[in-house]
Design a protein around this ligand. Structure first.
Ligand SMILES: Cc1ncc(COP(=O)(O)O)c(C=O)c1O
Length: 432
């Protein structure tokens, strides 16, 4: 089949032509006048998730926040970081740092990789401003306008927006409870006249679905990537936050030093997102290119923040810190699944993640026809926020679904938020 018109492929042009209606106040599309813009900016679709932060900040009433994927304020190690900031704020750290990252942080990252069973080496590591810069570097390196990029469906909208920004055509691959359906992927690509240049995958506790890609499927995805010459962009911010089930080996553990695996990591979910520290782990031969690309963005990552993170990771309490996060997020996930079961019953089904921050809710039965973008406005007015499903699909599928973040709210607030959600559903749905 010609890939130009395939139903699972969304191009930047089709997005611009459709001028897709954003959720109230959650605009991802830019309205621009007569500026001498380059050809690319029409593809800057932005992120509904990020826009929701500003939207919610502007509200005056109490809102339970199931929208943004923010760590719980209670588990951000604020006091420890304040103390470490005192040590990290030196005259040296107020200067420019090395583009590839501060040596002490790279050392700390190598230690983490070792304990994860996927050893790496300093020449493979480049420190970034969070996971987002890692994704930007990945798509910048591998994608030219018109290249095909495969993504999970649904996917993380910031990742797909970044691929669009480099002119990618996005191919959505269906998922089930074991993650991306790699057999379907093979069959879909078999029908096309081209293969994906890059495969963007979030293997653990996927954002937004909460599902984990099985080991068997990871192996098959590696095979497909090798056959097609594609790079796997392995985006894994949540892998350390497994609170139940069995660890699944990473792509790097399954295929060590694989030049076709580009790993994007971040400390945002396990320490603090405001620090903006992450890294990429990629073939050493790419490091100069990564450095060149980063030098045109920010020269180097915030130096004091890197020193704070490296001290926090190596200070001796990191394993306990992670254990605390896992306990806390496990309790919150359980609270959300239980509240949804109790309050919404047969009106909704959800995934039941073994880690991470999110679960995926699908309305069903009499509520199967409710559009969660329409529900969003009512829900916000009633004091609960979430991310509508269509915002997490380039072709805007999943109109009756939503991403709910269980990590940010206490179990009591989760109860309250789910009750408000049910109230909003009653107001817009077919119930009296
Ligand atoms: C899957 C995924 N990738 C990347 C990121 C971005 O991470 P950071 O905040 O470190 O830029 C996030 C944050 O929500 C995410 O969920």
């Amino acid at each position: 089949m010609s890939s130009a018109t395939h139903p699972l492929i969304t191009t930047v042009k089709s997005l611009v032509d459709a001028a897709t209606a954003p959720t109230a106040g959650l605009s991802g599309a830019a309205a621009h006048g007569k500026f001498p813009l380059a050809g690319g900016p029409d593809g800057f679709v932005g992120s509904v998730i990020d826009s929701s932060t500003s939207l919610i900040a502007a509200q005056r009433h109490d809102i339970v926040r199931f929208g943004m994927g923010a760590p719980a304020a209670e588990v951000i190690p604020t006091e420890e970081l304040k103390a470490l900031a005192g040590e990290a704020l030196t005259v040296e750290s107020f200067g420019y740092g090395a583009t590839e990252g501060e040596p002490d942080l790279i050392e700390a990252i190598l230690g983490l990789a070792d304990s994860d069973g996927a050893p790496t080496s300093a020449e493979r590591i480049s420190v970034t401003a969070g996971g987002m810069q890692g994704l930007d570097l990945a798509f910048k390196l591998f994608v030219s306008p018109g290249d095909l990029v495969a993504v999970e469906s649904p996917t993380y909208t910031n990742g797909s927006a970044t691929a669009f920004a480099y002119g990618a055509d996005l191919l959505e691959i269906p998922m089930d409870q074991h993650g991306m359906d790699v057999d379907a992927f093979e069959a879909i690509v078999g029908e096309l006249d081209r293969v994906p240049k890059a495969i963007y995958v979030i293997p653990n506790f996927q954002n937004p679905s909460g599902t984990t890609l099985s080991e068997e499927r990871r192996r098959k995805l590696l095979d497909l990537a090798h056959r097609w010459g594609s790079v796997i962009i392995d985006d894994d911010p949540y892998g350390d936050l497994r609170f139940s089930g069995e660890h699944v080996p990473s792509f790097s553990a399954l295929s060590p030093q694989d030049p076709q695996v580009f790993s994007v990591r971040t400390f945002s979910k396990v320490i603090a997102p405001g620090l903006r520290v992450g890294w990429v782990d990629a073939d050493a031969r790419l490091r100069t290119l990564i450095g060149n690309a980063k030098q045109t963005m920010d020269s180097c990552t915030n130096v004091p923040a890197q020193h704070m993170v490296s001290r926090f990771v190596t200070g001796g309490g990191y394993a306990d810190h992670l254990a605390r996060l896992r306990r806390e997020y496990h309790a919150r996930k359980d609270a959300m699944v239980a509240a949804i079961g109790r309050v919404l019953g047969e009106r909704a089904r959800t995934t039941d993640p073994e880690g991470g921050f999110f679960l995926w809710l699908t309305l069903q039965g009499e509520d199967a026809g409710v559009d969660t973008e329409a529900l969003f406005e009512t829900a916000l007015a009633r004091g609960v926020a979430f991310i509508p499903g269509a915002a997490l699909s380039p072709s805007r599928q999943f109109r009756n679904a939503a991403r709910l973040c269980f990590a940010s709210s206490s179990p009591e607030r989760i109860e309250e938020g789910v009750a408000r959600l049910a109230g909003a559903l009653d107001a817009v749905g077919q119930r009296p």
